[in-house]
Ligand binder design. Sequence first.
Ligand code: COA
Length: 261
Amino acid sequence: MSFSHLHFEVEEHGIVLITINRPEKRNALNQATIAELDVAFARVESDRALRGLILTGAGDKAFIAGADIKELAETSAAEAESLSVKGQNVFRRLETMRKPSVAAINGYALGGGLELAMCCTVRIASKDAVLGQPEVKLGIPPGYGATQRLPRLVGRGRALDMLLSAEPVSAEEAHRSGLVNYVVEKSELIPFSRTWLSRVLANGPLALGLTMQAVDAGLDSGIDAGLRFEAMAFGLAAASDDRAEGTRAFLEKRAPVFKGR
Ligand code: COA
């Protein structure tokens, strides 16, 4: 699959490495890149052979330095609202695709860059990464989900601190607040991300999808709805080949071979 602003590479174990490729613009997300991400996410979502993804940025400076400010500067009020909705829908596709994803944050993750990273299942940052929501400095609020996802990840107080001060945080600070799951040496970023994802993908595929959905069902709709979803998911999984294989493999003291059915 060929793109102008992305590299889309299928690796071992059905892992897809998506690299935003506008390093001369610090991988800023213009509309053309967001449209390509939509196609890339749709492909990962619909192809059973593709099982998880790593998202990173080209070059050694930036993961993604935010939405493209040149484009933003030229939008009317009506265009800006629809641009926000369009981007939100693309980001949401990543967040809800029921396949694990890693944001491999190799430098600046600002504005829309951090917003996209927050849609991934986990965030792994290189030691020199810098994360922030600087939108208010430009006289705009965030438009791709930060007002909703940042407080869910780090709590209301820390989120408002970052959102209103516009001050970025280091990878270590982001790790302390739970915004980032792991901090690694830059040279280790992609290998570590691959290892994390391969380890996750060795588990039952149906169980992975159902677990991700159950977590979000509860966070989105409250604990009662979440617990109802969890019980249904537990029941559904009991009818699967994956559960039969997983439990049998344990009892036979061997590694399971899951089929995702
Ligand atoms: N949108 C559009 N272009 C951007 C951009 C963005 N979000 N971020 C960087 N660029 C462009 C710069 O305009 C510059 O283009 P030019 O070479 O044509 O002048 C190029 O990328 C390099 O940027 P530069 O600022 O020189 O790189 P740097 O390494 O010194 O600094 C950043 C990197 C990320 C700290 C800095 O570019 C920055 O603050 N970007 C904006 C971040 C932001 O506010 N994001 C939120 C957007 S809503």
